[in-house]
Design a protein around this ligand. Structure first.
Ligand SMILES: Cc1cc2nc3c(=O)[nH]c(=O)nc-3n(C[C@H](O)[C@H](O)[C@H](O)COP(=O)(O)OP(=O)(O)OC[C@H]3O[C@@H](n4cnc5c(N)ncnc54)[C@H](O)[C@@H]3O)c2cc1C
Length: 491
């Protein structure tokens, strides 16, 4: 039953991460007269998964992440998935560039830095795979600048920490110089500030505790965490951009489209370097191969980061398990998410993913010595005293119904939207923040089908190659990349 609302909005954004920030920015441009409210449980925007210490900051464009180019049974590598990820990041780069040009972000170096993306492997099988991947990808305009080597000295030139003290002879690496490191937390906060400056009602320390369908949209129950007061907010459209908190809220909404979905939380830890001399000697994101059973996004990487303008160096992630759905969540998040409609898919996933369970248990039991040894595959001369352990964000992987297997675990993201388009939410976390732009553009098209055509010109002013496939239009790719490189100070 609905109460008299304290606030009536056109759009309510639940959560202040990169997804809500991106969607809100698009909506404010296409419908400047719409009233927008954003409710964030924590003190500031971008403090959960979008925070720079909670994710790896890779501008995912499949330049170095081997999980986006798996080998087929015959050893061949199909470039399709990598091309798709790269195409998506081109849209994000254009959106970032628009945000800088339009003054929403003052200085691009507050959130994005150019950084070589490398893949590094050890052993004959992996070397063969990396060469095949290089041949398959570099034949495409989007990957034409990829380099490949099996020469240890060359690898040492590209990245001294990876070469130094290395004894294995059979190694290989690929490199694309124009990858990026992105501080999604800084970007999120600047976009949310921009929303507020243009009239959106931004409420930090406000938690959305329930959602009820009304005749004109939805009524949200919102709790002010400072005063303890609870009030009602009416909204014609709701985006549940609550990250790991999205599944419980979508379940509360009762929409049919959310039924059958479950979540499997995977936590991560990184080792962070405390030695400035070591940090200064590395300038790349170096990704390797995932261990057997590891979820695809858990591939180890030795990573330069730029956080708050300061250079950092991380290695990880080490997988872990916590039943929380957010880093600031509750231990009962996982059990509380079990429903009659998702129990079967969840049990099926538990039965079919023993490799993953084994991987997580092994990771949890790793001693610091074993963690350091894992790093030494990438940085053989690493000294344990130079590294401290930090806990990263929570990822809630999507569990969904499957006609054959009853339930499957999915590592991508999925937009759940009600058939009438009045509510949508995002589940899953990979490739994540890097794809916020294309995901939110897709959401606009899906939830506002009758308005989208009228919005297209405005959207194309923000993301000029919307609707194009840049790999098929190399001149357009070169032209737009030159513009974004200049605006974002990447060249
Ligand atoms: C270890 C790790 C590494 C990653 N590495 C990368 C990477 O290298 N590159 C990349 O592109 N992506 C990466 N990702 C994924 C990326 O971080 C996420 O996809 C992205 O940040 C999700 O953004 P979001 O806005 O959906 O969620 P979040 O940033 O988590 O924001 C959700 C917000 O909702 C708030 N909230 C939750 N419930 C409520 C409620 N009931 N009421 C009000 N507010 C609520 C939370 O406090 C939070 O601020 C990584 C993720 C992890 C965990």
């Amino acid at each position: 039953m609905s109460q008299a609302p304290a606030l009536s909005l056109d759009v309510a954004l639940v959560g202040g991460g990169i997804m809500s920030a991106t969607l809100g920015t698009f909506l404010q441009q296409v419908e400047p007269s719409w009233s927008i409210g954003l409710f964030e449980n924590l003190d500031r925007a971008g403090l959960e998964s979008s925070d720079p210490w909670n994710n790896a900051g890779t501008g995912h464009s499949a330049l170095c992440e081997l999980n986006y180019a798996p080998a087929a049974a015959d050893g061949s590598v199909d470039p399709k998935k990598s091309l798709g990820i790269n195409e998506q990041f081109q849209l994000s780069r254009q959106f970032f560039s628009w945000a800088v040009t339009n003054g929403l972000v003052k200085d691009p170096q507050s959130f994005i830095h150019p950084l070589p993306h490398m893949s590094f492997v050890i052993g004959e099988d992996h070397q063969r795979y990396l060469k095949t991947r290089y041949e398959s990808l570099s034949a495409n305009p989007l990957f034409a600048s990829m380099e490949y080597t099996e020469d240890r000295d060359q690898i040492g030139d590209w990245t001294p920490l990876v070469g130094e003290g290395r004894t294995q002879k059979t190694v290989a690496a690929s490199r694309v110089k124009d990858g990026t490191d992105v501080d999604f937390g800084s970007l999120t906060r600047q976009l949310v500030d921009g929303l507020g400056a243009k009239g959106a009602d931004i409420r930090f320390r406000h938690r959305v505790t329930n959602l009820t369908k009304t005749a004109n949209g939805w009524q949200l129950e919102v709790k002010n965490q400072g005063t303890g007061e609870t009030f009602a907010v009416d909204a014609k459209f709701v985006f549940v951009g609550a990250g790991g908190g999205a599944l419980p809220l979508l379940q509360k909404s009762g929409i049919d489209e959310a039924k059958g979905y479950g979540g499997f939380p995977v936590s991560g830890e990184f080792l962070r370097c405390t030695n400035n001399e070591v940090i200064a000697r590395h300038e790349a994101k170096v990704y390797g191969q995932a261990s057997v059973g590891a979820p695809p996004m858990s591939v180890p990487h030795l990573d330069t980061r730029y956080v708050g303008g300061k250079k950092a160096l991380m290695f990880g992630p080490y997988g872990g398990f916590s039943p929380k759905f957010l880093k600031t969540g509750k231990l009962w998040d996982l059990p509380a998410s079990v429903r009659g409609n998702n129990l079967l898919p969840m049990l099926a996933v538990a039965k079919d993913n023993l490799d993953l369970v084994k991987y997580l248990v092994t990771e949890l039991l790793k001693t610091r010595n074993q963690q350091m040894n894992a790093m030494r595959d990438y940085y053989p001369a690493a000294n344990a005293e130079d590294w401290e352990l930090i806990t990263a964000g929570q990822r809630v992987q999507v569990i969904k119904k499957d006609p054959k297997k009853k339930g499957v675990l999915q590592f991508g993201t999925e937009v759940i939207a009600a058939g009438d388009g009045t509510i949508a939410g995002l589940l899953g976390a990979s490739p994540g923040a890097s794809t916020a732009t294309p995901i939110m553009l897709g959401l606009l098209q899906r939830c506002f089908p009758s308005k989208y055509a009228g919005w297209e010109d405005t959207l194309k002013a923000m993301v000029p190659t919307l609707g194009h496939t840049l790999n098929d239009e190399p001149d357009l790719y070169a032209e737009t990349k030159a513009v974004t490189d200049k605006v974002l100070k990447l060249a």
